[in-house]
Design a protein around this ligand. Structure first.
Ligand SMILES: [Zn+2]
Ligand SMILES: [Zn+2]
Length: 442
């Protein structure tokens, strides 16, 4: 038996031994759903668990409900980071199953730590990173900006889904808060004195509905009206919408945003209202799954899971701030089946994510993640392959945009500095000459 093989068995055995406790962690979080940046209970449950199991745990790491738990040292080898998410949705609870993501993160960390302890020599570092607020505000983007990923070599997480899909399509996304303001008036006595903001909101909503016919199949625009008047006999003087804009690349997302902005402003013009808009959070980038890491993960899943598990490769599942992480360090975000057929963000999925049937699949996936980390920690060449694949995927994105626009100006790579991209590209000799490189800044 090879060294890595023995370590994999140790990791899986450690996960099996802790399965009841891991199930409790998940259930505790599921029973008390907390919204973005308010996940105090989940933060406590997870950090207590990691503390108890011998991790060096930093609570409220850079954000109040974020945490970092480590074992080992990066001086001895790569730092593999498992990501835990744990925020819920308003009214429908853990309808995205982030309680299971939390469990996968700490369980994979636990398994890997057990393997590192018996390796006979230091292999590197395992970090479990608790990242709050995925459903909207982009906790990982705040953590990237605060430097939480500067010492991370690779990052991994797994997300519950109706089907297994290890290379899911996560769209780039931005969300707009739009407020129309006008003038109140008596709706029966002096309606002509009013300027009706609900009309602007409805016109905007309908304009977006018409735009959808001209959207590419993988573009998404969605919109809700949050405010549209306070009393039926008052002409509404304030209306508010939230608009989500998504596309497969940052570049297409900004193209689509331009179209949506035309609709937002023209609705104000046609109704005589004023309009203000702002970004609700920093934009989410599309997901770049590291091909070498996904390949290793797939092989490891096949060791612990029967092949008949429902699979739907390449499906669009929404957006994630893990996309921003994937533009900074090599990353994977496989989606995994949890036993039911319900889809995310439904009440039925909330039920599936809290049910005992999800546990079997969740344990299999955390084992596969721990084993993937062992593949990386025990073979330095593999890490080089992973970094090469990362640089290449960055190069492909940037070169495509460069060819189309001759500069990066319309391709801001949300939250990733131009220097970072240039470094990745220079490593792969993407540029012919220094002049080409200067042209990138456009
Ligand atoms: Zn979600
Ligand atoms: Zn989610």
């Amino acid at each position: 038996m090879s060294g890595a093989e023995r370590l994999k068995q140790v990791a899986c055995a450690a996960i099996d031994a802790a399965q009841e406790q891991l199930g409790d962690v998940s259930r505790e979080i599921w029973c008390k759903p907390e919204l973005a940046f308010k996940e105090k209970h989940a933060h406590k449950i997870l950090t207590d668990f990691l503390d108890e199991h011998g991790f060096q745990t930093e609570r409220s790491y850079k954000l109040e409900t974020a945490f970092k738990a480590t074992y080992g040292s990066r001086a001895d080898g790569p730092n593999v980071s498992f990501i835990s998410e744990y925020d819920a949705l308003p009214e429908i609870g853990h309808a995205c199953g982030h309680n299971l993501i939390a469990e996968v993160g700490v369980g994979a960390g636990l398994g890997l730590m057990a393997a590192m302890k018996v390796a006979g020599k230091p292999l590197g570092q395992v970090t479990v990173l608790g990242t709050p607020a995925e459903e909207g505000p982009g906790g990982k983007i705040h953590l990237i900006e605060a430097g939480a990923f500067t010492d991370v070599d690779v990052a991994m997480m797994a997300h519950p889904f109706p089907d297994n899909d290890f290379r899911p399509v996560a769209l780039a996304r931005l969300s707009l808060d739009v407020v129309y303001t006008g003038r109140a008036s008596h709706a029966a006595g002096y309606p002509w004195e009013g300027v009706n903001d609900l009309d602007a909101a409805v016109t905007c909503y309908q304009g977006i509905s018409c735009l959808r016919q001209q959207c590419k199949p993988d573009w998404r625009v969605h919109c809700i009206i949050l405010e549209g008047g306070v009393k039926v006999n008052i002409i509404p003087e304030r209306a508010r919408l939230h608009v989500g804009v998504r596309a497969p690349s940052d570049e297409e997302m900004f193209m689509l945003k331009d179209k949506v902005m035309n609709i937002i402003t023209s609705a104000a013009t046609s109704t005589g209202c004023q309009v203000e808009h702002k970004l609700m959070s920093k934009p989410y980038s599309s997901m770049l799954s590291n091909e070498v890491m996904v390949g290793l993960f797939e092989k490891n899943v096949s060791r612990v899971q029967p092949p008949e598990v429902p699979t739907r490769p390449g499906s669009v599942f929404g957006s994630t701030d893990m996309g921003n992480v994937a533009h900074v360090v090599p990353s994977i975000h496989p989606n995994f089946h949890i036993g039911g057929r319900a889809v995310n963000h439904t009440r039925d999925f909330t039920g599936d994510a809290g049910s005992p049937m999800a546990q079997e699949y969740t344990l299999q996936i955390m084992k596969a993640l721990a084993m993937t980390a062992i593949d990386i920690l025990t073979d330095q060449e593999r890490l080089q392959e992973i970094k090469q694949a990362f640089a290449k995927s960055m190069q492909n994105s940037v070169c495509a945009a460069h060819q189309r626009h001759g500069s990066l100006q319309r391709f801001p790579f949300c939250n990733v500095s131009v220097d970072h991209i240039l470094k990745a590209m220079t490593e792969l000799e993407c540029f012919g000459t220094a002049t080409d490189r200067e042209g990138m800044y456009g």
